[in-house]
Design a protein around this ligand. Structure first.
Ligand SMILES: [Fe+2]
Length: 349
């Protein structure tokens, strides 16, 4: 499916964010992830649980059922499943077959997040995104969760958007202005499954850098980057500010901000976006956190509206004749990378 090959939706054998850790409580909630309805709750021993959300008997949503201990009893015929998903009670007087079970998905709790593995193969811890690169659950960093946004758009439109800073001058001008750095060509680099697009600029200390780093002298080097840490996690880095050559403090690294996007496809055309703002400076500054989170939320609202409008028009678009420009380099590499992950799963079936 555009902008991937026909029939390609998303890589399944990957870790995606299932929800915030504090959403996993006593009362099960339901969510759709990679097109599958699932049930989220926390077991009595404290483990975040993700189970299939529909009873396999007549597909009653289990969120309507009753929880006792770690068991879920379906509201339709009383079928009951234990915390491992094993059926312990059948409908009416029918005993459950020995293998009757709900699918249980592997989870990993990490700081404010719970990750889930929706793939059919055994969950692979080595595929967990390297969140130390964006300061989640990392010493010397502060990570502020900034809410969930529901995009009425396929996740690939969000991937495109994050790798393409040339839209800032058009979509976010009211919030971010028109920073000249966004027009710089990105330096795109990739190594294994890590893809990065950086824009660099050297100049005097601008207003936003002065706000972040009041002691900066300049000239400073600013980096704005986009880093793909996995299909479920893309971080917009920046600014990352160093004192540049010619500054009395040349080489001084003031720090970096990341606008982290946990991207979890919901359906083929809708997406959950889990937002965090992280930084490695002024860690105790609550006012700064509130300002950055507020601005980030406003930017996300603009991107969410934009993506929904584009999604709405895609049915009539002649996608085979799509135009691309140099500014799309990073986004096109991200498309290639995601397609290669999907193709590799199909090849190894
Ligand atoms: Fe944007």
């Amino acid at each position: 499916m555009y902008p991937l090959k026909d029939g390609s939706l998303w890589p399944r054998d990957q870790w995606y964010i299932a929800g915030w850790a504090d959403e996993f409580g006593e009362a099960p909630i339901e969510r759709t992830i990679l097109g599958e309805r699932v049930l989220l709750f926390r077991s009595e021993s404290g483990t975040p649980m993700v189970l299939a959300g529909l009873c396999p008997h007549r597909f009653m949503p289990l969120v309507k059922g009753a929880r006792t201990g770690d068991s879920i009893e379906c509201a339709y015929h009383g079928m009951t499943f234990d915390g491992e998903g094993l059926c312990t009670k059948g409908p009416a007087a029918s005993p459950p077959g020995g293998a009757t079970r709900l699918k249980r998905f592997a989870t990993v709790e990490q700081g404010p997040l719970v990750w889930v593995w929706m793939g059919d193969r055994v969950a692979d811890p080595a595929k967990m995104p390297d969140t130390s690169r964006c300061g989640i659950a990392t010493d010397g960093w502060r990570a502020d969760p900034n809410g969930t946004m529901h995009f009425a758009a396929r996740y690939m439109l969000i991937v495109d958007n994050l790798f393409d800073l040339s839209h800032i001058a058009w979509v976010h001008a009211s919030l971010l202005g028109n920073p000249p750095i966004c027009a710089e060509p990105a330096i795109v680099s990739s190594e294994n499954c890590l893809l990065r697009a950086d824009r660099n600029d050297i100049g005097p200390v601008d207003e936003f850098s002065r706000f972040l780093f009041p002691e900066s002298v300049g000239p400073i080097q600013q980096t704005l980057g986009t880093e793909f840490l996995g299909p479920g996690l893309i971080t917009a880095v920046g600014p990352w500010v160093h004192e540049a050559d010619g500054s009395p403090l040349a080489g001084k690294d003031w720090g970096q901000i990341h606008f982290v996007h946990g991207i979890t496809p919901e359906t083929a055309t809708t997406t959950h976006v889990y937002s965090l703002v992280t930084r490695n400076f002024r860690l105790d500054d609550e006012v700064l956190s509130a300002a950055l989170c507020g601005q980030n939320k406003a930017v996300l609202v603009q991107d969410c509206e934009l993506a929904g409008v584009i999604e709405g028009g895609l049915g009539e678009a002649d996608t085979a004749s799509e135009l691309s420009f140099r500014s799309d380099h990073g986004g096109i590499e991200a498309r290639r990378l995601i397609q290669s992950l999907i193709d590799a799963e199909e090849l190894s079936l």
